[in-house]
Write a protein that binds this ligand. Sequence first.
Ligand code: SF4
Length: 177
Amino acid sequence: MTVTELVDHSFCARRTYWRRVVSAPRRRTRKMQMGTSYHRAEREDWCARLEIDGFVSRRVPLVSEQFRGVADIVVYGDDTLHVVESKFSLNLEARTHVLQVSTYAAILQASAQEAVHAWLWYPRLDRLVEVRWRDWQGEIAKVVAEIQEIEATGVFPRQAEARFCEECELRRFCGEV
Ligand code: SF4
């Protein structure tokens, strides 16, 4: 399962149905394009920001037995690893942001000796927030179980997250919600 699929489900369970049961084609939204161009333009010195000595990698592929994904930034210190997810959003510590970076941290920790720290970076707010990623592992397991149930049963979720519909590229499938 990809981390993107986990985040997608956290936005709206119907997105899991359209993607994993029906395999609906995906269009790039304006929001996705804004995110990509921002990542390219970003030039911050992360070692200075986190006050550690180390080196920085961007767009780091991460794989565990359960998940795969690409973390925005990983900062490698002497005895700590820091995974940072950059969010163009103004919605500080949104549940989906926390779930995403907590999953990346768990993937990293599964194969690392060093202590892993997780951060959310909001450039438009100039805010860097540390996430207690271990506290979110139960919530991640719950989301995984929901996704697996939709896949196994193929049942269309009745519950729609109408607050995300306006920007949702799958709206043409859902119709009026
Ligand atoms: S249009 Fe709304 S209900 Fe349908 S998948 Fe998108 S967010 Fe969910």
